[in-house]
Design a protein around this ligand. Structure first.
Ligand code: TXE
Length: 493
């Protein structure tokens, strides 16, 4: 296809799409293998322009004087506009990410709900007054300033909103950096934010590759805070770079989360939940339950039933009704995923199902990988320790509750987990013992609006989706106001 006639995405600065005479990168539809548009490959200069625009807009007295209620109103208008355009946005997202349309539709619905949540919270996140000896203590929560929001490709619009909603509710200005693979819906978001009435410069977008524009954002002296979602390796670079200027930082990184299926679990619910927990979004979720720990007494049966159902998952055109799993983000990622599966088998795991690229008919054009299960996995194997980020589950047997907890915690990650049990006391013991930020009991639906989302250990730090998230986008200030009758004069001079 002639790239001249494809839609082109540049940058969004000061309320408008910029001109760009630099390089463009192709943007792919991973399910069809077609180039669907091109995106500007930004530079440090464009980052500087965007940050200056954000700084200018942030310092504008009109924005500074806006109340939480007024910012909340803008967020509500944005939520309504996104709701009105949800079909178009979901279609764009599906075509760019390769994930099923019902999935992207649900993500947009959740994003609308999150905007509404922070719209309500914007006016409530105020300081406190504290009586002190001869002083009145007042705390203020003031916006940090310019926030760089760096998001990955697996949930492009939703994760942008996870960051943007609390940042704007708290009164900041933002520069959003979408993944170079999935820049499309961010642009639509910027247009809708303008229509909602956000002042120009409050929301800016820079496009390009992480090592250039992402890095330039991290190094920019006028960026006050960075909120990053992505891989753990990149997260470490982000943290080291932010340390140079002590930027405020939150990191939401990878995971290798465990679903523990106890002998007293509701078998059918656990089976359905563990399948969805890994194959939703083709396993490309940070909180995917990629390790399935199953009690020894029914391990073989569970593995057989799981594989039986995994083989029935409808993989294909993510736009088609009835498809249950779409494509991976790229053929390059598919090769990485396949490499892990091969390594698992070399290290002694048994390939029960999947383990191959799907090439029948139209599928050959895209990055489709069969839902895969490896059994007889030891937790020390690479496939149990590293984040594969694809539709690959590993099944590990255990005998006792203590052993299950020890296996689940034997990971450098600590994002999520699920406990499948009908024993309430056990649920309480195990949820308390897991070293993760999120735990589901008989559910994989963690990460709902209002519940703090984030990891322990190498899964990062900071929490999204909750009221406390506003703390990450504000600086607290303590004011101590003396009201004694005599001037304070400790030196007696
Ligand atoms: O992510 P990256 P990638 C994991 C998953 C996946 C691996 C690699 O295991 O296989 O990470 O994926 C920007 N300074 N997750 O390579 O590199 C980049 O442009 C600043 C888990 O796609 O982390 C993109 O916008 N920014 C994760 C964003 O960082 C940089 C979701 C994420 O890219 C940068 C995605 C730099 N030096 C992948 N380098 C999750 N937590 O869900 C890159 N970027």
């Amino acid at each position: 296809m002639n790239s001249e006639i494809l839609p082109r995405y540049t940058h969004w600065i000061n309320g408008t799409a910029t001109e760009w005479d630099g390089e463009f990168l192709p943007v792919m539809n991973p399910a069809t293998g077609e180039t669907m548009s091109t995106v500007a490959k930004g530079t440090a200069e464009v980052v500087d322009t965007a940050v200056q625009a954000a700084r200018h807009a942030f310092e504008n007295p009109k924005w500074q004087r806006m109340t939480g209620n007024q910012r909340g109103k803008l967020l509500i208008k944005l939520a309504l506009l996104i709701e009105q355009h949800s079909k178009t946005l979901a279609t764009m997202e599906t075509q760019n990410v390769g994930k099923v349309l019902w999935g992207t539709t649900a993500e947009i619905k959740d994003s609308v709900e999150l905007l509404e949540y922070y719209a309500g919270a914007a006016a409530t996140f105020t300081g406190e007054t504290k009586p002190l000896p001869s002083h009145l203590g007042i705390t203020l929560h003031q916006p940090v300033g310019v926030c760089a929001l760096i998001v990955p490709w697996n949930y492009p619009l939703m994760l942008a909103i996870w960051k943007l909603a609390p940042a704007l509710a708290a009164g900041n200005a933002v520069v959003l950096k979408p993944s170079e693979l999935t820049p499309i819906t961010a642009f639509a978001l910027a247009e809708l934010a303008k229509e909602a009435g956000f002042p120009d410069g409050i929301l800016n977008i820079v496009n390009g590759v992480g090592s250039e524009v992402g890095q330039a954002l991290l190094e920019h002296p006028k960026v006050d805070k960075v909120s990053f979602t992505g891989g753990t390796q990149t997260g470490k670079i982000v943290m080291a770079t932010c340390a140079k200027t002590l930027k405020r930082l939150t990191l939401e990184l990878g995971g290798k989360s465990a679903a523990i299926v106890f002998e007293d679990a509701d078998y059918d619910a656990a089976l359905a939940g563990t399948l969805f927990g890994i194959y939703y979004s083709a396993g490309q979720s940070c909180e995917a339950r990629s390790r399935i720990l199953v009690h020894k007494s029914f391990y073989d049966q569970f593995v057989a039933d799981f594989a039986d159902k995994a083989k029935k998952i409808v993989v294909g055109d993510p736009m088609a009704k009835g498809t249950q799993m779409g494509s991976l983000i790229s053929l390059q990622r598919l090769e990485v995923v396949n490499g892990y599966v091969e390594q698992g088998v070399q290290e002694g795991a048994t390939l029960v199902c999947g383990g191959k690229r799907l090439m029948e008919g139209e599928l050959a054009k895209g990055a489709f990988y069969a839902p895969t299960l490896l059994s007889n996995v030891k937790n020390s194997m690479t496939v149990a320790q590293e984040e594969i980020f694809g539709p690959v589950a590993v099944a590990i047997p255990f005998e006792t509750e203590e052993e299950a907890v020890a296996i689940a915690n034997d990971s450098r990650y600590g994002l999520a987990g699920t406990v499948w049990t009908t024993n309430g006391a056990r649920a309480l013991r195990v949820t308390a013992a897991l070293k993760t930020g999120l735990v589901g009991v008989n559910t994989i639906m963690t990460g709902q609006t209002g519940m703090p989302f984030g990891g322990w250990k190498e899964s990062g730090f900071g929490r999204e989706l909750a009221l406390e998230t506003l703390k990450h986008y504000t600086e607290p200030k303590s004011i101590e106001w003396y009201y004694g009758t005599k001037p304070l004069n400790p030196f007696g001079l």
